[in-house]
Design a protein around this ligand. Structure first.
Ligand SMILES: [Zn+2]
Ligand SMILES: [Zn+2]
Length: 339
C-alpha cells in the first residue's frame, strides 16, 4: 500500500510548544516540486516559533509545519514551464518566497520582496518527511557539496551576504555574537582575506567553537585599550549591549553591518555616531537571490569553508523536543534533523 502520511513537526496551536504527528503527505501545487527531505537544520528563528514570541504569532497561522533550512531529493515536479530541475536532484529552498510582481522584485531585490512569504513560517516547511517548494525558490545543489552541508547553506548564505557588504579584505573585523550565522561569518571573513577576525560571545562553548573554525581570537568581552577599533563590525547578536559595543568598537568612518534582530527598540546617540564619527550602517535581511547562493557554492566547493565543522548535533525528526532543548542551551553549533 502506498504511504499517504508522514511524520512532521507541527505548530498546532497559537501557544508555546510544538507537536510531532502524522499528517498527509503534501501534493505539489502548480509550479511546485515535492521533495523527500534528507536533512533539515534548526534555526534560531525556530526557537521563537517554539516559544511563540510576538513575531512568530504575527507570522504563523497554525496548524503549520515548521522548519526552513533543508536539503531534499525531488520526487515530483508539477509544472508546464521549462525547468532545469529533474526528479532525483538534491535541492534546497530559499526561505524568502518572492512574488515576482512588486517593485523590489522588478529590480532583482527578490530577498526583500514587498509581498514576501517565508518558507516554514508563512507556509508549510521542511521539518517533515516530505515538503513542497515553489520552483522559483528551489536551488539545485552542486553535487560536489556534502549533503549535510547542503542543509546549512541558508545561514551560511546570510553570513556571505553580511561579509560581502562589509568588504573585509585586509581589514580588521569584529563579530558581535557567535550563533551559527556569526560563526559562519568568521569562516567567510577569513576565506575572503580579512586580516584579523575577532569574535565576541559570553558562552565559552561558542568561543571554543569559533577558535576551531579559524577565528583569530574569541573573547567574552571586548576592551578598546586591548583591541583598538575595527574597520568593520558585523552585528550578529541582535542584543542591545552588543549593538552599543558595535557603535564604539567601529573605528571613525568605520562600518557596521546589522544582521541580528533585537527583541526591543534600540536607541542611540545619532549625533555622536552617525555625524561626528561618520559611521556607516548597512543591513542584511537574507541572501541575494541567486548571487549569494552562487558565492556560497564556490566557498563550499573550494573547501575554503567547511560547514560540516559547524554541525555539532544530530537528531531524528521524532526527537525534535530534545533538539530544541540543546538549541536553547546554547551549547551547540548547528543541529541537523533527519526524518
Ligand atoms: Zn534560518
Ligand atoms: Zn515581490
Amino acid at each position: 500500500m502506498k504511504k499517504t502520511t508522514m511524520t512532521a513537526v507541527v505548530k498546532d496551536t497559537a501557544a508555546p510548544g510544538i507537536v510531532i504527528k502524522q499528517v498527509p503527505i503534501p501534493k505539489p501545487k502548480k509550479d511546485e516540486v515535492l521533495v523527500k527531505v534528507r536533512y533539515a537544520s534548526v534555526c534560531g528563528t525556530d526557537i521563537g516559533i517554539y516559544d511563540w514570541i510576538p513575531w512568530a504569532a504575527s507570522h504563523i497561522k497554525p496548524p503549520q509545519i515548521v522548519g526552513h533550512e533543508m536539503v531534499g531529493e525531488i520526487i515530483e515536479i508539477n509544472t508546464k514551464e521549462k525547468t532545469n530541475l529533474q526528479p532525483g536532484d538534491l535541492v534546497s529552498s530559499e526561505t524568502h518566497i518572492f512574488c515576482q510582481n512588486c517593485y523590489q522584485c522588478s529590480i532583482k531585490n527578490y530577498h526583500i520582496c514587498e509581498n514576501m512569504k517565508l518558507f516554514g513560517i508563512g507556509r508549510d516547511g521542511a521539518f517533515a518527511e516530505y515538503a513542497t517548494i515553489p520552483i522559483r525558490t528551489t536551488w539545485k545543489n552542486d553535487p560536489r557539496i556534502s549533503v549535510e552541508a547542503m542543509s546549512v547553506q541558508e545561514p551560511l548564505g546570510n553570513a556571505v551576504n553580511v561579509v560581502t557588504k562589509a568588504d573585509v579584505k585586509d581589514k580588521k573585523i569584529l563579530i558581535m555574537g557567535l550563533g551559527p550565522t556569526g560563526l559562519c561569518a568568521g569562516m567567510v571573513a577569513k576565506a575572503y582575506g580579512a586580516a584579523e577576525v575577532v569574535g565576541v560571545n559570553r558562552r565559552e562553548y561558542r568561543r571554543d567553537l569559533a577558535m576551531k573554525l579559524g577565528f583569530d581570537r574569541a573573547v567574552a568581552k571586548i576592551d578598546e585599550k586591548e583591541y583598538g577599533t575595527f574597520d568593520a563590525v558585523l552585528e550578529m547578536s541582535g542584543n542591545r549591549i552588543g549593538i552599543e559595543i558595535a557603535l564604539d568598537a567601529a573605528r571613525i568612518a568605520g562600518k557596521i553591518i546589522a544582521f541580528g534582530i533585537p527583541k526591543e527598540n534600540i536607541s542611540f546617540d545619532w549625533g555622536k555616531y552617525m555625524i561626528n564619527k561618520e559611521l556607516s550602517i548597512d543591513s542584511v535581511f537574507g541572501r541575494m537571490i541567486w548571487d549569494t547562493w552562487k558565492d556560497t557554492t564556490e566557498l563550499l566547493i573550494s573547501g575554503n569553508v567547511d560547514l560540516t565543522k559547524i554541525i555539532t548535533h544530530r537528531f531524528k525528526l521524532s526527537e525534535f523536543e530534545e533538539a530544541m532543548k540543546v538549541m536553547k542551551s546554547g551549547e551547540c553549533g548547528k543541529i541537523l534533523l533527519e526524518p
